[in-house]
Design a protein around this ligand. Structure first.
Ligand code: FMN
Length: 271
C-alpha cells in the first residue's frame, strides 16, 4: 500500500456510492490482495469473499447505504480472539480499498445478516460478525448517514489521555513518552468502531504495549461482540503503522495483570 499512515489519517466511512459494482482491474487487484492477506495475528481461520448484490441475492442494509453493490464479507471459525482476527483481516482489506481510490462502511448492525450468512455458506462453527459495503464514494444526499454520524459523534475521537497509559491506568501516556510509537498510537486513536465507542485502552510498560477492552455500559450482546471486532481493527492499525515505521515486534497473549479491564493482547518490541 502507498502511504498507510496517510490513508489511516484521511479515511472516513462512506455511506453513499455511485451505484456501480466494483469490477475490472480494480476488482482483480482487490481480489488478489484478499487472497494474500486473509491471516490475522492470532491464528483464527478467516474466510473472505467479495459479493455483489446481483449474483448474491438481496443483500440489504436497511437504507443506511446508498449505491453500493459490492460487499466484503468475512466469516471466522469460533475460537479465542476470533473476532479480533476478523476485525484485523477485514480492516487491512478496507485500507487497501481506500488505497485504490474506493471507500467503504463497516456494517455490524444495519444489514440483513442472515442473507449474507446464507450466501457465505457458513461452515461448521463459523460465524459472520460484520461485513463491509464498498464502492466509489459520492457526496449525494443520505439522511441516514447524517443522522448516524451525528448520533455516533463520528468526527470525535477520545483524547490520548483517555486511551493510552503509562505503566498503569493511573497515569496517562504523553506523546513524548510514546517516543517513536507516537504515530502508531495516533493511528490506533483513529480506528473506526461500532457506534464510535472506541473501546480500546493501551498500557505501555517498558518495551510492550498491552491492549485491553473497556466495554461500554449496557450494550447488547451484539455490540459486546462488535467491540471485540473493534479491538481487532485497532490492533490492525497498530500493527500496520508499526510495520510502515519499521518498528519490529510480535503479538503475545500473556496477561500482565495491569488493570481490571478485559485483557486482549500485547505488542512486544523486538529486543
Ligand atoms: C465493527 C463496526 C461495525 C459498524 N457497524 C455499522 C453499522 O451497522 N451501520 C453503520 O452505518 N455504520 C457502522 N459502523 C461505522 C461506524 O459508525 C463508524 O466507523 C464510526 O462512527 C466512526 O466514523 P468514521 O469511520 O468515519 O471514522 C461500524 C463500524 C465498525 C468498526
Amino acid at each position: 500500500m502507498e502511504d498507510l499512515l496517510d490513508i489511516i489519517q484521511h479515511r472516513q466511512t462512506s455511506r453513499t456510492f455511485d451505484g456501480r459494482k466494483v469490477t475490472g482491474k480494480t476488482r482483480k487487484e482487490l481480489q488478489s490482495f484478499i487472497d494474500e492477506h486473509s491471516d490475522g495475528p492470532f491464528g483464527s481461520e478467516v474466510r473472505v469473499k467479495l459479493m455483489d448484490t446481483s449474483n448474491a441475492g438481496k443483500l440489504g442494509t436497511y437504507g443506511v447505504i446508498k449505491g453500493s453493490h459490492t460487499f466484503i464479507v468475512g466469516s471466522v471459525k469460533q475460537g479465542e480472539l476470533c473476532y479480533e482476527d476478523h476485525g484485523y483481516v477485514l480492516q487491512k482489506i478496507l485500507l487497501k480499498v481506500y488505497d485504490i481510490g474506493l471507500a467503504g462502511c463497516w456494517l455490524g448492525g444495519t444489514y440483513s445478516k442472515s442473507v449474507f450468512a446464507d450466501r457465505m455458506k457458513l461452515r461448521k462453527k463459523e460465524v459472520l460478525p460484520a461485513v463491509i459495503a464498498i464502492g466509489k464514494p459520492t457526496t449525494g444526499p443520505n439522511i441516514a448517514n447524517k443522522v448516524l454520524r451525528t448520533a455516533c459523534g463520528s468526527d470525535n475521537r477520545k483524547p490520548w489521555s483517555k486511551l493510552f497509559f503509562n505503566g498503569s491506568m493511573n497515569t496517562p501516556l504523553t506523546k513524548k513518552h510514546a517516543g517513536k510509537y507516537r504515530k502508531v498510537l495516533d493511528a490506533v486513536r483513529l480506528t473506526p468502531s461500532a457506534l464510535n465507542f472506541q473501546p480500546w485502552r493501551v498500557i505501555k510498560k517498558k518495551d510492550a504495549y498491552h491492549f485491553y477492552l473497556k466495554p461500554s455500559l449496557q450494550v447488547s450482546p451484539l455490540y459486546k461482540m462488535l467491540q471485540h471486532v473493534d479491538l481487532g481493527i485497532s490492533i490492525c492499525h497498530f500493527d500496520l503503522s508499526a510495520s510502515q515505521l519499521k518498528l519490529e515486534g510480535k503479538w503475545l497473549t500473556k496477561d500482565p495483570g495491569l488493570c481490571e479491564l478485559e485483557y486482549i493482547a500485547t505488542w512486544k518490541e523486538k529486543e
